[in-house]
Design a protein around this ligand. Structure first.
Ligand code: SIN
Length: 289
């Protein structure tokens, strides 16, 4: 097995591994440690025959979880979904490229996934990269006064938040009812490495608890701009067919890029690895005024 960094920011390429076969315990451990260290791994040149084989490969990193929202789930395997250039919005039926705003997966539930795993089946000839942000670096480079200000703060994440002019896939009324607001720490500590990361993103973070609404908005805007607008924290993954990529949802944001030709196909299998609580006390406090 060879592990080579993909950039100075995050991510590593892995070659010499065949995920269609059971791994030895030492190879599995080496891969897992590399995942924790680099926050994203791309295992090249995989040949996984179907969603079942993909899920088996993903199990090397933990237990795949059932996707919270039924839309875009695989019928046969509720832990898996398929991202395709044919995706349609559940409400208006229009073609949609999902996940184009920087986000971390399912932060709108109380126990968000630890990681997301994606396998590239068909890739357009040009474009369709996935872009990542290293939220540990974003946290580390904040000034000391801001670190002091945000350590210990909690923020509400909510799928149904107002996002003027921004598009995320619609939810049915039933799905929205089953997806109430949840609280997470603004600075998330990785329970496996102890590393701190900013854990806010414009797609799902609504407001900071126990803070005046305008103060909350100004602080969040500053944190969003610091993290998601700075190229120095970003890595853009150019997909190759057969790439098996896992990234750490506790410490990264990601976004799809809607820049490929409409007549070209893009098809990826996707699952998320079960996570745990983001903090000890998940009670939701009062809404910002
Ligand atoms: C996602 O998992 O949010 C989208 C990744 C992609 O399609 O590039």
């Amino acid at each position: 097995m060879k592990i080579t960094p993909l950039s100075n920011v995050m991510g590593a390429e892995v070659t010499g591994v065949d995920l269609s076969k059971p791994l030895s315990a030492s190879d599995r451990d080496e891969l897992y440690q590399a995942f924790l260290q680099h926050l994203a791994l791309c295992v090249r040149d995989q040949r996984l025959e179907g969603v079942g084989a993909f899920l088996d490969a993903a199990r090397n990193f933990g237990q795949p979880k059932v996707q919270h929202l039924e839309s875009y789930r695989s019928d046969q395997y509720p832990e898996a979904g398929v991202i395709t250039s044919e995706d349609r919005d559940v409400k208006d039926g229009k073609r949609i490229i999902r996940g184009t705003m920087f986000h971390t997966d399912e932060s709108f539930i109380a126990e968000p996934p630890k990681a997301t795993v994606v396998y590239a089946v068909t890739i357009p000839s040009k474009g369709g990269n996935t872009r990542y942000v290293n939220l540990q670096k974003a946290y580390e480079t904040l000034d000391e006064a801001t670190k002091k200000q945000i350590d210990g703060l909690m923020a509400i994440h909510y799928y149904g938040k107002q996002r003027p002019g921004r598009k995320v896939p619609s939810l049915t009324d039933e799905q929205l009812k089953n997806t109430p607001p949840v609280a997470h720490p603004v600075v998330r500590i990785n329970e496996e490495t102890g590393a701190k990361a900013l854990y806010v993103h414009e797609t799902m973070t609504d407001y900071i608890l126990d803070m005046d609404r305008s103060e909350s908005e100004a602080l969040l805007r500053r944190l969003y701009d610091h993290s998601a607008q700075s190229p120095e924290f970003q890595y853009s993954h150019e997909w190759r067919t057969g790439d098996f990529v896992i990234w750490d949802d506790r410490a990264t944001l990601h976004a799809a890029t809607a820049d490929y030709a409409e007549n070209e196909k893009r098809l990826l299998y996707r699952t998320m690895i079960k996570g745990g609580p983001t903090h000890q006390h998940a009670a939701i406090g009062r809404r910002a005024a």
